[in-house]
Design a protein around this ligand. Structure first.
Ligand code: THU
Length: 160
């Protein structure tokens, strides 16, 4: 038997103004689209903006449903928009922000497990890692250099 430690590294930014300029504007797009999320049940609004290699910015927000599991997270709304409008164009950077109508969200909000799995498929298919920047409504921003930093031991098509 052998115990193996897997490690992940993150970069922490204190505020939006510390981010590289291009990422600041990506985060501002995510904040803008967050406000029109359809989240009447959770009152938890998530917005995201993706920068593609061709310079296009694709945005998305969460879309809930009275039949709760029929709703969808912002990240998957955006990645499917990106892949259907621009199939095969690599995703370079993702900005994510979340806000609650019930309380102030000041911790960085990471993408859920299902979104990590979905996004990893696209990262694995392209030649670049995807930089992911995520935050709450205010406060610090966490950056990971790759989807796989958020999803160690990922399941992918090589197992099929
Ligand atoms: N949500 C997202 O949009 N992205 C995530 O990664 C986590 C959760 C949404 C789903 C639901 O509409 C609300 O946040 C509460 O879970």
């Amino acid at each position: 038997m052998k115990k193996i430690n897997l490690s992940t590294s993150i970069t922490l930014f204190n505020s939006i103004s510390e981010l590289p300029e291009e990422v600041q504007s990506l985060m501002n797009e995510a904040i803008k689209i967050r406000e029109t999320a359809y989240a009447p049940y959770s009152k938890f609004l998530v917005g995201t903006a993706f920068l593609l290699e061709n310079g296009e910015v694709i945005t998305g927000n969460n879309q809930e449903n009275a039949a709760y599991p029929s709703g969808m997270c912002a990240e998957r709304v955006a990645v499917w928009k990106a892949s259907s409008d621009y199939p095969g164009i690599p995703i370079l950077k993702i900005a994510i922000t979340a806000k609650s109508l019930n309380n102030l969200v000041s911790e960085p909000i990471a993408p859920c497990g299902a979104c990590r799995q979905t996004l990893s498929e696209y990262e694995i298919n392209q030649k670049y890692n995807i930089e992911i920047y995520f935050m709450g409504e205010t406060g610090k921003i966490i950056k990971t250099d790759s989807l796989l930093d958020l999803l160690p031991l990922a399941f992918d098509k090589s197992f099929l």
